[in-house]
Design a protein around this ligand. Structure first.
Ligand code: G6P
Length: 465
């Protein structure tokens, strides 16, 4: 029987804010079992005596699936994680080429970490393991594994948007992204738009051949590219929200509550959102004192300059909107720059009349799906969703779609959401809920693994599906 081996940079260890990848994979691994391999930054104070580096993987016992980590020396880790992954690939994939920090040392560290991980993993793998690699930290991992003679089926899933080929051209070694991907058997992306961008990038390589079944042949390998929109553990989240305590009115003051929740990332469009909310209060006096906006923005990647800047910008913007429209009993924006517990979050979603999910670029955005799952179907809130979130491919027809760059249009959208009749709210919500429940995280993992199985005839995947 095959064993599922999931590989990602971050894995659930400790209580750091985790983001969509860890939430989705944790549900997948709890359901299926297997091994999850992650990467940890070796503590600088650590002498190395008890745990020699590059000697394989460290075990983290406990829980329904196995967890092992590959420990990377701190300064190498920083050049890989803060450097190439989050100061090159993340801005690139989110359309922010202005933020690219191209340094040779970053790219070398990125390749080196992938090589070290491949080395440790190659020693761990059994012949019938199925390997599923996740996200932009590990684009070159299959290439590194193949070079070490690993022939197992290897799938890859990118949780964030695939960059446009014009933007990929801004990299120092533009061709290598597609080359790395060609070592996988299956590359899963969030949306059809991402598949189109990925094909476009392959088109820039002369040796690519496009086959009738949609796969791409590059040199001696064939890779399938397909969208698998990620989902949430919808019915479980629904139950958490149902059981959440009602919010005491005093907790949020006015009648109506708008909620936003994400990592404090520049891709999420938070300054645009704060400005749109300011515009709403500016242009619709009757809403002052009647609606408050709770924004949870958990700190993330604070050693990267662009993240420190966005934080300052938000503090300034929330201060200016609040300074202008607050009253003794009224704080328009409640800006919470901390991580909050998922159960509490589910309750906040349920009791908020409007959920704002308005990123400038986002792979999927699971908050959109969680907000839908958390609603009371007989009196649901309204999701305001940007077209730049991957979730718009599934939910865009029934959410109110907003253009995050246009403050006046977004303010109109919020105002329409606040005054929407119950019948329309129910109609829109039930269509979205059906999608969120059907295409949940289990559906996502099964569809991906089934497809990988089709590509790798001969491996017995049955135990994984
Ligand atoms: C996004 C990425 C994940 C990442 C998460 C949290 O969801 O797709 O790969 O784990 O953000 O970011 P962090 O840098 O803290 O792992």
């Amino acid at each position: 029987m095959s064993r599922l081996v999931v590989v990602s940079n971050r894995m659930p260890l400790g209580d750091k804010p985790s983001g969509g990848l860890v939430v989705a994979l944790k549900d997948t691994m709890e359901e299926r079992g297997g091994l999850w391999v992650g990467i940890t930054r070796e503590d600088a104070s650590f002498t190395g005596a008890e745990m020699p580096r590059s000697q394989g993987l460290e075990n983290h016992p406990g829980g329904p699936f196995e967890r092992k980590s590959c420990s990377i020396e701190a300064s190498l880790y920083d050049d890989y994680y803060l450097g190439y992954a989050n100061s090159v690939l993340w801005p690139l994939c989110h359309g922010r080429t202005d933020l690219l920090d191209l340094r040779l040392s970053f790219r070398e560290a990125y390749l080196e970490v992938n090589r070290q991980l491949a080395d440790a993993l190659a020693r761990e793998l059994r012949p019938d393991d199925v390997v599923w690699v996740h996200d932009y930290h590990l684009f070159p991992l299959a290439d590194a594994l193949r070079r070490k003679g690993v022939f197992n089926p290897i799938g890859f899933f990118l949780h964030i948007p695939f960059p446009s080929s014009a933007n990929v051209g801004a990299l120092s070694n533009a061709g290598e992204l597609a080359e790395w991907l060609s070592s996988y058997d299956l590359v899963g992306l969030q949306t059809n738009r991402d598949v189109a961008s990925c094909l476009e990038v392959f088109r820039t390589l002369k040796e690519s051949e496009f086959l009738m079944d949609g796969s791409v042949r590059y040199r001696d390998r064939t890779v399938d590219l397909k969208s698998f929109p990620i989902g949430i553990e919808a019915s479980a989240f629904q139950k958490i929200a149902q059981n959440a305590e009602p919010l005491p009115r005093a907790a949020h003051g006015p009648q109506k509550l708008i909620i936003g929740a994400e990592r404090l990332d520049y891709s999420k469009g938070l300054p645009h959102r704060f400005k749109a909310f300011g515009h709403l209060l500016e242009t619709r006096e009757e809403l002052r004192g009647e609606v408050s906006f709770v924004q949870i923005a958990s700190p993330t990647r604070e050693d990267v300059q662009a993240y420190r800047e966005i934080r300052e910008q938000l503090e300034q913007l929330s201060g200016s909107v609040n300074g202008r429209f607050s009253d003794i009993n009224y704080t328009p924006i409640q800006y919470i720059n901390r991580m909050i517990d998922r159960n509490r979050l589910a309750g906040l979603y349920r009791h908020a009349q409007v959920g704002l999910v308005t990123p400038l670029a986002d792979g999927m955005n699971l908050v959109a799906k969680e907000y839908v799952a958390a609603q009371d179907p007989s009196d649901p809130g309204v999701l305001v969703l940007s077209n730049f979130a991957g979730a718009a491919e599934q939910l865009g027809d029934h959410a109110l779609t907003a253009n995050p760059y246009d403050a006046a249009q977004m303010a109109d959208c919020i105002s329409q959401a606040l005054s929407m009749e119950r019948a329309e709210r129910i109609e829109r919500h039930s269509a979205m809920l059906e999608n969120v429940l059907n295409e949940d995280v289990d559906w996502w993992a099964s569809s991906f693994l089934r497809h990988l199985e089709d590509k790798s005839m001969g491996t017995d995947f049955l135990s994984l599906l």
